[in-house]
Write a protein that binds this ligand. Structure first.
Ligand SMILES: [Zn+2]
Length: 314
């Protein structure tokens, strides 16, 4: 297999994703903080048994993408946050505000990393947002279970080992810390009855232990911010070059890779060439140094079926 599916691929209408009673991965935001090509910041939605179940990252644009996908947000069970950079979490207040305004009653699980210098832990982040002395004191009820319960799971990132996050409605979620500069960052693995999806998060790709965590994934979501021309750039010390991503994917024996966090600079930016969207063919070629199974380059709202995955050239 050497298929590359790109953003121009014909796709099913966004608001039919996951509605057939099966499971699907919907890419809500396939971009990064500069929103190259109009892509939203990182966010993914896992559909399970016909329901929108788990939101993975809540970057800018998530709430609009959920609306465009026709998702009834009150059905969501959990939010998994990879790390506390704004392009992964900035829409969380708007998402939770929407749930408060619509008087959600069901509990919502939120998982995220513990803190480090210059980074809040999950609990402290929420306190700074929604506490009585926080940015949105009007939302302080959230921290005491009003109008719905938040079930928080703060996950340690110091030791490179997998940890169980929760098990809910037949989905098992585990986390693994990945290297991303000074930001405590988590990869997540979601195991369903007959599928596995791994979200690599932002990372350098320099921990081979991640390949073990991602072993055999049906879909491995990797963040490809850089083009190969970023080799030697300081950015490559905090996020992976395409070749490194390909190496980890090959070691993991992932059945297919989905690229996310695709980025572009302004055309007149001096360093526009370092970003992935400046040359996706070069990015794919970099991954192909090691990885030969299908690579998908999604557009926002694209729906990837987990029951009958798409591997063919288009
Ligand atoms: Zn990011």
């Amino acid at each position: 297999m050497s298929a590359v599916l790109d953003a121009t691929a014909p796709e099913r209408p966004a608001d039919t994703c996951g509605r057939n009673g099966g499971s699907a991965l919907q890419v809500l935001g396939s971009g990064g903080p500069m929103h190259g090509q109009g892509r939203g910041s990182a966010a993914y939605l896992l559909w399970s048994m016909g329901r929108p179940s788990i939101l993975i990252d809540v970057g800018g644009g998530t709430t609009v993408a959920l609306a465009r996908a026709g998702v009834e947000a009150a059905q969501l069970d959990a939010v998994l946050i990879s790390h506390f950079h704004p392009d992964h979490v900035s829409d969380l207040p708007a998402f939770l505000w929407g749930e408060m305004v619509t008087r959600r009653r069901r509990p919502l699980a939120i998982a995220g990393p513990t803190g480090a210098k210059d980074f809040r832990s999950l609990d402290a982040f929420l306190e700074k947002q929604f506490g009585a002395e926080g940015a949105f004191p009007d939302m302080k009820g959230l921290l005491s279970g009003e109008p719905f319960q938040l079930e928080l799971a703060a996950i340690e990132t110091v030791k490179a080992r997998a940890s169980r996050v929760f098990e809910h409605n037949g989905l098992r979620v585990s986390a693994y810390p990945v290297p991303h500069g000074r930001a405590p960052t988590l990869a997540y693995r979601i195991e369903g009855p007959d599928f596995s999806v791994v979200f690599g998060g932002d990372q350098t790709g320099l921990d081979p232990g991640f390949s073990k965590f991602a072993q055999g994934a049906d879909y491995l979501v990797l963040h490809a911010m850089l083009s190969p021309r970023a080799a030697g750039h300081t950015l490559a010390q905090v996020v992976a070059l395409p070749e490194t991503l390909g190496r980890r994917a090959a070691e993991a024996k992932a059945k297919r890779v989905v690229l996310g966090h695709l980025m572009a600079g302004a055309p007149d930016q001096d360093e526009a060439h370092v970003w992935s969207l400046s040359s996706m063919p070069a990015v794919i070629e970099g991954l192909r140094t090691y990885y030969q199974a299908p690579i998908l380059v999604p557009s926002d709202l694209q729906c990837l079926d987990l029951d009958t995955p798409e591997d063919d050239d288009v």
